[in-house]
Design a protein around this ligand. Structure first.
Ligand SMILES: Nc1nc2c(c(=O)[nH]1)N[C@H]1C(S)=C(S)[C@@H](COP(=O)(O)O)O[C@H]1N2
Ligand SMILES: [Mo]
Length: 538
């Protein structure tokens, strides 16, 4: 391929990519139409080898931790979305080069026909991929029309722009006048400025409108939430956390989010059914209101954590979950004698199994439809997710659409990708703050600096937390009454202040008397272990 045809193709792709992406993104946020860059990205993450995907996620978390320490929970999704958009932009440039090369072969006359054909081919591929990522979404026609129109218009424009930029095509029969070359060059420059200007204008307007859409929150007003109308169960504990300790109850909008979707599945309550099948006596399709009304609800305070959460990381949160025990729902369907496991299937093709002995022995294993008294947010699994005590999030599907009883264990989505098959939560303790702004002077002599944070060990509870200053002895911290037996515990230690540079380290013991593992292990495959420490100069 000649260098100038390559340049012309790349230039056309780079010019036309941003406005197309901006319009598609606007359609996504304003009209819930699919956004192909996210769908293609998600499709790739599902078909690429698990090791590679895990490496990619890990690298992304490392970069975020490097650039903005402690912000992983907030930045992981935006970073992933930016990556998907950057990949689409790069893909668009490659596509433009391919289209350009095809135009070179076909010649100027076939230009429109060929580029429209290329647009149709591209639309077909993208529609199929997008559909695999949006199966739970009923509408087919509107998304297909949208993607189809956008690809054809885009590729047709690519053809037009390319033929103006490529010297071979723009000057069909080069006149042998000495100044002609520079005249076409001038013409090309003017054209570039025009297209560039139009492209920039559309991009800015489209992206601007999209971003105003995005910030218009669909969150339930704080007043509608359970926590706004009720005191927390431990409200009468006089224990005051050290200033700077994270909130004991995570506001809905701050709950960490991790899943395999660049944009969460959109499920309509009216068409959603929970399908109960497999080894059951009476298969059924339950609606959300049947689940809400025909079973006795259970409320639990839960601390959820991602197995990819690093020591001291932010991928863990606590809220109040409401749902129905899985065993009650399975009793309705009637498990046959040979049923040993339930496979939980999600709208995003995520899946996991839960053993019959686990949920029959423990009513806390719960199909969850509300958080903090309001329906699950779309990002967090609307309309239905599971809670399985003591397990990391990877064992707990969101957006559940089907429960299938089977007679054998099956690996879940992340287990297939070599993560721990049981994913029991590791005991962990974190220093959130060394509260130098809350120094207390004791009647006697020294000043105390409150140090505080959280400790969590799944459903095993926490029996003690200890803090060490530099190489000193381990000193017990005070514990606040937790919200429930499965939530994190807030701890605090009032340290007698000493000037200088100090390292504070924390460790805990779980409710069974088992000490937190001090040896450092990375998050993969069984969750991070090691002790959190903070170095502070006072
Ligand atoms: N359907 C589905 N469920 C899922 C996931 C997913 O990708 N798809 N991710 C799991 C993981 S790895 C975690 S840590 C939790 C996170 O739940 P949250 O986003 O509500 O905090 O969801 C789990 N459930
Ligand atoms: Mo996770």
């Amino acid at each position: 391929m000649r260098r100038d045809t390559l340049t012309a193709g790349a230039l056309a792709g780079a010019l036309l990519g941003p406005p197309v992406l901006a319009i598609l993104y606007l359609g996504h946020l304003a009209a819930y139409l699919p956004f192909p860059p996210f769908d293609v990205f998600d499709w790739m993450t599902r078909i690429l080898p698990g090791g590679l995907v895990t490496f990619g996620i890990d690298s992304m978390v490392s970069v975020i931790e490097l650039l903005a320490p402690g912000q992983t929970a907030d930045l992981a999704k935006p970073a992933e979305q930016s990556l998907a958009i950057a990949a689409a932009f790069a893909g668009g440039i490659i596509w433009a080069i391919v289209v350009g090369a095809a135009l070179e072969r076909a010649g100027r006359d076939a230009r429109d026909r060929l580029s429209v054909l290329a647009g149709v081919v591209m639309a077909g591929m993208v529609i199929i991929i997008s559909r695999t990522q949006n199966e739970a979404y009923d509408a087919i026609l509107a998304p297909a029309l949208w993607i189809g129109t956008m690809s054809v218009v885009w590729t047709w424009a690519l053809g037009r722009v390319y033929t103006r930029l490529a010297p071979t095509l723009s000057v069909p029969s080069a006149p042998s006048v000495p100044h002609a070359a520079s005249a076409t060059q001038l013409d090309r420059r003017r054209f570039l400025i025009q297209v560039g200007g139009a492209s920039a204008a559309i991009t800015v307007v489209g992206a601007g409108l999209a971003l105003t859409r995005r910030s218009r929150s669909s969150l339930p007003a704080p007043g509608e939430r359970w926590s706004a109308m009720h005191p927390l169960p431990n409200a009468d504990d006089p224990f005051m956390p050290a200033r700077g300790t994270r909130p004991e109850f995570t506001p809905l909008e701050d709950h960490y989010r991790i899943d395999i979707n660049t944009s969460p599945p959109r499920i309509e309550e009216q068409s959603w059914r929970l399908s109960l099948g497999g080894l059951v006596q009476s298969p059924a399709q339950l609606t959300l209101s049947e689940l809400r009304e025909q079973f006795t609800p259970l409320h639990q305070f839960v601390t959820l954590a991602c197995i990819s959460n690093r020591i001291g990381g932010s991928l863990t949160s606590t809220t109040r979950w409401t749902g129905v025990p899985l065993r009650d729902v399975m009793a309705r369907a009637g498990l046959t004698d040979d049923a040993t496991h339930i496979v939980m299937r999600s709208a995003d093709d995520f899946h996991e199994t839960v053993a019959r002995e686990v949920f029959e022995a423990d009513e806390r294993v719960m199909l969850t439809y509300a958080w903090d008294g309001v329906p699950l947010l779309r990002e967090h699994g609307f309309p239905l997710r599971i809670y399985v005590p003591d397990r990391y999030g990877m064992k707990q599907p969101k957006w559940i659409v089907a429960l299938e009883a089977v007679d054998h264990w099956q690996p879940g989505y992340w287990v297939e990708r070599n993560w721990d098959r049981d994913a029991h939560m590791q005991a962990t303790s974190v220093i959130d703050t060394v509260a130098t702004d809350m120094m207390l002077s004791r009647a006697g002599s020294d000043t105390l600096v409150p140090i505080g944070g959280i400790a969590h060990a799944g459903a095993r509870g926490i029996s003690s937390v200890e803090v060490r200053v530099d190489d000193g002895p381990w000193i017990p911290a005070r514990l606040r009454t937790p919200l429930s037996a499965t939530t994190w515990v807030i701890w605090r230690y009032d340290w007698p202040f000493q000037e200088g540079k100090h390292t504070f380290t924390v460790r805990c013991v779980d409710g069974n008397g088992v000490a937190q593992i001090a040896e450092e292990h990375p998050v993969r495959p069984s969750g991070a272990t090691g002790l959190d420490s903070e170095e502070v100069t006072l």
